[in-house]
Design a protein around this ligand. Structure first.
Ligand SMILES: *[C@@H]1O[C@H](CO)[C@@H](O)[C@H](O)[C@H]1NC(C)=O
Length: 379
């Protein structure tokens, strides 16, 4: 391939792909600025067992709109496009009926819908509550969290998801959470009228409403909502949103989610792995040494006899090592880029190594080598 032809190909590639580069949107990378009263969308994700200090009792995720849960659903729930990360995590994200408007309806009761749960589905829901299932919402790309206390470290942290029901209550059947207090922390940027969502905390509670009217005002009773597995149940879902100003900047809003349950260093397993690595290295070195030793003593014997014989054993490698490889150009370019990656933190080396290797094998198209080293991998 001539010099000008390779240049032309690189140029064509550049123009072909450059139009696509700007079409990518990485979710969660660009902040969304909300103006007063703008819709803040609530997306629902699949229900997963709550991770925490307790033992996991189940591993299966359930779709939020899986029929037996009888959650309030839009007529036609729309599946949301997902990032690669959430596809790998097995997320199933849909839209929801929750209507949040930036800084509006502060602390007022909102009625969502009522659901009729037959006996067998009540048994299903109760079993999931006992298994510690948690509801996962996404608001402005941020998972709704619940405030949890780490007993060991005595710190409060945000735990992703909030409980479907109260599995710790001492009733025959566990209470179902049907009221959600949503606290959205917003950050107001100086000299701007826009707001950014920097935290979402949901505190779920269980409330047995006597009628739809009391539910519409979120009138709490002392009774908790427990689903009867033998008859039909009516569940009224309500929520309340509180907007609280926060000093947390958008860029650091994920910090609250980082939490290690056991911050001690695991010395034992560290030492264990180091010992195993050393032991294995020693084994391999011993085997190699023994094999080489045998070969070398045989060579020495042959030399003493001054016998002309064909190479054998480790000496066979000799022929391959000192031969010019079939594709010098590719080897030197690959090697150059490899050492570039390796040494990038300290010095710029790839051109040097590439040219050095290419010259060593007696190549003379040095301009092409320089060009390919710089452009083959990046393009
Ligand atoms: C909403 O109400 C809470 C207290 O109930 C208050 O701290 C907060 O500032 C209010 N937010 C707005 C935007 O008025």
């Amino acid at each position: 391939m001539s010099w000008s032809r390779s240049l032309a190909i690189v140029c064509i590639c550049f123009f072909l792909f450059s139009t696509h580069t700007f079409a990518f949107y990485l979710p969660g990378v660009a902040p969304h600025d909300y103006s007063d009263g703008e819709d803040v969308k609530v997306y629902v994700n699949s229900l997963t067992p709550l991770m925490g200090s307790q033992q996991l009792k189940s591993l299966i995720p359930y779709d939020y709109y899986y029929k037996p849960f009888h959650f309030c659903a839009p007529d036609n729930p729309q599946s949301q496009s997902e990032s690669l990360g959430s596809i790998l995590f097995g997320d199933r994200i849909f839209d929801s009926l929750y209507k949040l408007k930036m800084l509006k309806q502060n602390g007022t009761c909102q009625y969502l819908c009522s659901a009729t749960v037959p006996g067998e589905d009540a048994a299903f829901i109760n079993a999931r509550i006992r298994e510690n299932y948690a509801i996962n919402w996404l608001i402005d790309g941020l998972p709704a969290a619940s405030k949890k206390l780490d007993v060991k470290a005595k710190t409060i942290f945000n735990s992703i998801g909030f409980e479907l029901g109260d599995s710790t209550a001492s009733f025959n059947n566990p209470p179902l959470h049907n009221h959600y207090d949503i606290e959205i922390q917003y950050h107001k940027q100086e000299s701007q009228l826009k707001h950014r969502v920097v935290g979402v905390i949901v505190t779920p509670t269980s409330n047995k409403y006597d009628s739809e009217d009391t539910a519409k005002t979120c009138t709490t009773t002392s009774e908790r909502l427990i689903l009867d597995e033998k008859k039909e149940n009516t569940v009224h879902y309500t929520y309340r949103v509180v907007w609280t100003p926060s000093k947390i900047a958008w860029a650091t809003r994920w910090d609250n989610y980082l939490h290690t349950f056991d911050p001690r260093i695991h010395w034992f397993s560290l030492v264990n792995s180091i010992v195993i690595v050393l032991f294995l290295t020693g084994m391999v070195a011993m085997i190699l040494l023994r094999a080489l030793h045998k070969d070398i003593s045989r060579y020495n014997q042959l030399e003493a006899q001054e016998d002309v014989q064909e190479d054998f054993g480790w000496k066979l490698v000799h022929g391959d090592v000192f031969r010019t490889p079939a594709n010098v150009m590719l080897l030197s370019v690959l090697l150059g880029n490899g050492s570039q990656l390796f040494c990038m933190t300290t010095v710029t080396l790839s051109g040097y190594v590439s040219a050095r290797i290419y010259k060593m094998f007696g190549g003379d198209a040095w301009k092409k080598n320089v060009f390919l080293t710089a452009f083959l991998f990046p393009s």
